[in-house]
Design a protein around this ligand. Structure first.
Ligand SMILES: CC(C)(COP(=O)(O)OP(=O)(O)OC[C@H]1O[C@@H](n2cnc3c(N)ncnc32)[C@H](O)[C@@H]1OP(=O)(O)O)[C@@H](O)C(=O)NCCC(=O)NCCS
Length: 247
């Protein structure tokens, strides 16, 4: 259902007819069909299907945690999932895949990568698609997406995207001991499938929906309100308040 919303949104903004849903296609093929108006090739279907699997909800990532916190207040499913989508959209979470394409477009050509990355690091900017809160060695999903990105860009004869990505990943490994994450190569995969950049993160949400909703149901099955305590690390207790006119 989430894929229908995303595909219809895209067609509606282009002023195109909203196609009736079909039951004879896989989830991946159905999304591409509803978005483009034609049944995709077996290869495109398989690529998106693998991307869905690799992006599936796992662990207690920020959006899953958000969904559970909202569910724990006994709010409704729609609110819990809207909140999860809001968390996923952020560039440090699922929004990073769009950020990768914007970064590659901004860099422009492979010969500009080194200078661009050095400048970004000097300015303490985050390089999108690099690093992970949990996977400090290698995100196990990244090599699979890299392989798909290499094949797709070779078929399209657009190897500059993968060349630039490989060099960015190499510099980040050498300079910061950080590796590519799931978003790094998925950006090139989606781009090569002809998916508009602003649908990259919605695709991530499609892949996470079953996991999020399962978490919400699990939360409700044995609910207790989330209420973390915060540790006070401000000024020491016992300070005197200086009256405003004496400051
Ligand atoms: C995912 C992320 C938020 C994890 O943050 P984190 O766990 O706090 O990061 P780490 O503890 O591994 O960071 C170690 C160092 O590398 C830096 N670093 C981490 N990710 C970086 C990145 N993508 N670009 C540049 N520097 C980065 C940190 O600033 C820190 O530097 P410092 O030691 O000089 O302070 C972070 O890596 C990031 O912002 N990545 C880019 C966004 C992204 O791709 N998100 C999708 C994640 S699946």
């Amino acid at each position: 259902m989430t894929s229908v919303i995303a595909a219809y949104f895209h067609r509606a903004r282009l002023g195109l007819e909203l196609l009736p849903v079909r039951k004879d296609l896989s989830e991946a093929a159905h999304f591409l069909y509803l978005m483009n108006g034609e049944v995709p090739s077996k290869e495109a279907e398989k690529t998106l299907d693998i991307a869905y699997i690799l992006h599936a909800e796992h662990g207690f990532n920020a959006s899953t945690f958000t969904a559970r916190v909202v569910a724990s207040t006994l709010s409704d499913m729609y609110s819990a999932i809207s909140a999860a989508i809001g968390a996923l959209k952020g560039p440090l979470h699922g929004g990073a895949n769009e950020g990768v394409i914007h970064m590659l477009e901004e860099i422009g050509t492979p010969d500009k990568v080194d200078a661009w990355v050095e400048e970004a690091l000097a300015q303490k900017k985050k390089i999108m698609g690099i690093g992970h809160r949990v996977y400090k060695v290698l995100d196990p999903r990244a090599p699979h997406l890299r392989e798909m990105a290499v094949q797709l860009t070779a078929q399209l004869g657009e190897s500059k995207w993968i060349q630039m990505s490989e060099r960015i990943a190499e510099i980040m490994r050498e300079r910061k001991s950080l590796n590519a994450n799931v978003d790094f190569y998925s950006a090139t995969v989606y781009y090569s499938l002809g998916i508009p950049t602003d649908l990259f993160t919605p695709i991530f949400a499609i892949a996470r929906m079953s996991g999020w909703t399962a978490h919400v149901l699990e939360q409700w099955s044995e609910n207790r309100l989330f209420r973390p305590l915060s540790a006070y690390v401000g000024r020491p207790y016992g300070q005197k308040v200086v009256p405003i006119d004496e400051r």
